[in-house]
Design a protein around this ligand. Structure first.
Ligand code: AMP
Length: 420
């Protein structure tokens, strides 16, 4: 019978890569404790309307990429393509928003679904870590949120990352910019792709995101939002830059950074890696001061980002970064014959009771083959038990990393493994 394979664009994650995932997730959780963000877990399935209103009917995500279907009750539901809309829905629904301080700070880690054309770094099921901070329009909050993303990536020892920063204004300053952008793009419309032609009057900001070479060429001379910021947005932007400089987060201004979603206001940012090729964004986000009210809540300023875990994993692997993760297995217990099996099983239990990750060989093999198995399993030590070892009460412990050997008594075994 034909083998069943995974759905296109969706991947299995297993050893040894899964260790890296666990490390990234643990790092995120520890960083989130430090920054006083609390986890929120929302359902994968939401009402389709949430994303149409929350992400924006004009975005590629909503127009082309959503996994939308009718459930058995004929309700249109969608597998979440991103996290922000769901978190906003949840905090609104459960009355978790304070009008002001203390600000409400949430984070999530989970799968997202977008029906995109799969390629390196672009999947149909991928995972995002994201943070959302509600209740403050302070530029310090913007700086804090950008710092979180920067910290996590640098703690993973990623080099060659670049924090790109822009302000995309607010409903007060964007109309003038929009008019100028419409005028500019209207004049070069013959050189823009079909989609960008549609965007000229519906959402000219999107054109800045277009990857079509002829559009990219014509974006170079286009007006930029930074030249159109109102006094409030301009001051906010200056303060964010100062705050980032104060806490040592390097950044570059990218006046053409607009982000793919409709809901952003003021600060927009993205962190890219030189090691990723075409899909070079590790994460990005921005301020969305109007989204909570657009989804039926009280007007609440907010800011957040989403980081793609698959892309971070690719970047760590491409750069050959050694995070010292190993397999996690410390001891591989080897009884040399059936006669030693019961004693070996007791020893295995002693190690596990001491919280040492241990595994035991259960079939009879040549000693050399056992060692190969131990290495294959990624163990640090092989603990060998033969007739002599039982008689003498000492075990032969082979350090598979250092290729050295030592006799250790049963009583000292756990401590020996812990300390080496
Ligand atoms: P976005 O929600 O589009 O701003 O995406 C935030 C981050 O999620 C991006 O910077 C990527 O790292 C990641 N991401 C977005 N779409 C995909 C995808 N289809 N496959 C893998 N990662 C993705």
């Amino acid at each position: 019978m034909e083998k069943i394979t995974a759905v296109k664009g969706m991947q299995d994650i297993f050893q040894p890569e899964v260790r890296l995932w666990q490390h990234i997730e643990a790092l995120i959780r520890s960083e989130m404790e430090t920054f006083a963000y609390r986890e929120i877990r929302t359902p994968v399935l939401e009402k389709t309307e949430l994303f149409v209103r929350g992400v924006g009917g004009g975005t590629d995500i909503v127009k082309k990429e959503m996994y939308t279907f009718s459930d058995k009750g004929d309700r249109s539901v969608t597998m979440r393509p991103e996290g922000t809309a769901s978190v906003v829905r949840a905090v609104n629904e459960h009355g978790l928003l304070n009008a002001g301080e203390p600000v409400s700070k949430y984070y999530y880690i989970g799968p997202m679904f977008r029906y995109e054309r799969p390629q390196k770094g672009r999947l149909r099921q991928f995972h995002q870590f994201g943070v959302e901070c509600f209740g403050s329009d302070s530029p310090f909050v913007d700086a804090e949120v950008i710092q979180i993303l920067y910290n996590i990536l640098t703690k993973l020892k990623l080099s060659d990352i670049s924090v790109k920063l822009n302000s995309i204004g607010c409903p007060e300053c964007r109309p003038v910019f929009r008019q100028n952008a419409e005028k500019y793009f209207g004049a070069v419309k013959d050189k823009l792709c079909v989609e960008c032609n549609e965007r000229i009057n519906t959402n000219p900001l999107r054109i800045y995101d277009c990857k079509t070479p002829s559009c990219k060429e014509n974006i170079t001379g286009a007006p930029v939002i930074l030249d159109h910021l109102c006094e409030g947005c301009s001051q906010h932007f200056e303060s964010v830059k100062r705050a980032l400089a104060q806490i040592g987060v390097p950044f570059v201004i990218d006046a053409r950074l607009v982000r793919g979603l409709d809901y952003y206001t003021r600060t927009a940012f993205e962190v890219t890696s030189k090691h990723l090729g075409a899909q070079d964004a590790l994460g990005g986000g921005g301020r969305y001061d109007d989204l909570v009210s657009e989804l039926g809540g009280q007007k609440t300023p907010a800011i957040g980002f989403g980081m793609g875990i698959e892309r971070v994993v690719i970047a760590v692997k491409t750069q050959n970064i050694d995070l010292g993760l190993g397999s996690g297995l410390r001891a591989y217990v080897v009884p040399l014959s059936r006669n030693e099996a019961e004693y070996a099983f007791k020893l295995l239990d002693i190690l596990r009771k001491a919280d040492i990750s241990a595994q035991m060989a259960v079939s009879e093999k040549k000693t050399g083959v056992h060692f190969k198995d131990a290495e294959k399993a990624g163990a640090d030590f092989a603990v060998i038990i033969g007739e002599d070892e039982i008689k003498n009460g000492t075990l032969t412990v082979k350090d598979l990393r250092k290729r050295s050997q030592q006799s250790v008594s049963e009583a000292e075994l756990a401590a020996y493994i812990k300390n080496n």
